[in-house]
Design a protein around this ligand. Structure first.
Ligand SMILES: C[S@@+](CC[C@H](N)C(=O)[O-])C[C@H]1O[C@@H](n2cnc3c(N)ncnc32)[C@H](O)[C@@H]1O
Length: 258
């Protein structure tokens, strides 16, 4: 997919959201680094001495959580997949001959479908079909990297003010998108690192509320690790609130709806 002005991902705000990630990281560096290092270490630990030749990272973005130099050294081929690869990231990898950037919609085309429906003003939520994502190159190991909740929430946010649906209908759609992604992953040796709960505190860190960000639950998990990601300590994401996410990392597991 070319990055044109008419790019549906740009229209739906996904590129701006990606820019927001680096700005938030710059504000919250110390807090985020713990989460990012856990993510990097998990990828390295789960692939260590497994003799995989190729690896694909889904949601590589700014490489904040991608141990790119180590992966390029350990694997014959590294594929990085995202809806957009920032120029700076491409530049940083210019000497890594075995690293390829692929620009793809990991939902298999939902971004374009949503952009079209919004333009045509023809949004009926429960008619949305989830396409199969099949463009991924032949690969020995796949990592879904801090991506799962992003696949659905960014799309849902882009339509919320344009269609009158109940909250439960949005959740049903989100669950369908997440299940499609996890079902896809099960064709591979894989890991998934994802936030699954959002916690909101007041500015004194008194607990206020929590909500699920993922609507599927793993069974038969391997190598599970859990940690807290201190996402926003300065009240930018929700005004004057502290926001944290519970994050899970798991490998080669099955999923079922919650
Ligand atoms: C929360 S970020 C993960 C952090 C990222 N690894 C980084 O270091 O910036 C999620 C990434 O998934 C990408 N993304 C979201 N939805 C996508 C989709 N449908 N297809 C491809 N990439 C997507 C975003 O562009 C973003 O770079």
């Amino acid at each position: 997919m070319l990055f044109l002005k008419s790019n549906p991902a740009k229209k739906l705000g996904l590129i701006d959201d990606q820019k927001g990630i680096i700005k938030r990281y710059q504000r919250e560096k110390t807090n985020w680094d713990k989460h990012l290092n856990h993510s990097k270490q998990y990828i390295l630990d789960t692939t260590y001495q497994k003799k995989y030749k190729s690896i694909t990272i889904l949601g590589s973005g700014w490489h904040l959580d991608v141990p790119i130099a180590q992966l390029a050294a350990d694997f014959e081929k590294v594929y990085l997949i995202d809806i957009y690869h920032p120029q700076q990231v491409r530049y940083n990898c210019r000497n890594l001959q075995n690293v390829s950037f692929l620009t793809q919609d990991i939902t298999g085309g939902l971004i374009e479908c949503f952009a079209k429906k919004i333009k045509e003003k023809s949004f009926v939520l429960n008619e949305v079909q989830i396409p199969a994502y099949s463009e991924i190159p032949q690969t020995d190991y796949v990592v879904s990297l801090n991506l799962l909740s992003q696949l659905d929430i960014l799309l849902v946010d882009s339509i919320k003010h344009k269609c009158t649906a109940l909250e439960a209908e949005y959740v049903t759609l989100r669950k369908k998108i997440q299940l499609a992604h996890l079902t896809f992953l099960q064709k591979f040796n894989y890991s998934a690192i994802f936030d699954f709960k959002e916690y909101v505190f007041d500015s004194n860190h008194n607990y206020e509320s929590e909500c699920d960000t993922v609507f599927v639950s793993p069974k038969d998990v391997h190598n599970q690790k859990d940690w807290i990601w201190k996402f926003d300590s300065q009240g930018y994401y929700y005004e004057n609130k502290i926001v944290e996410f519970a994050v899970k990392a798991v490998s080669n597991f099955e999923f079922s709806p919650t």
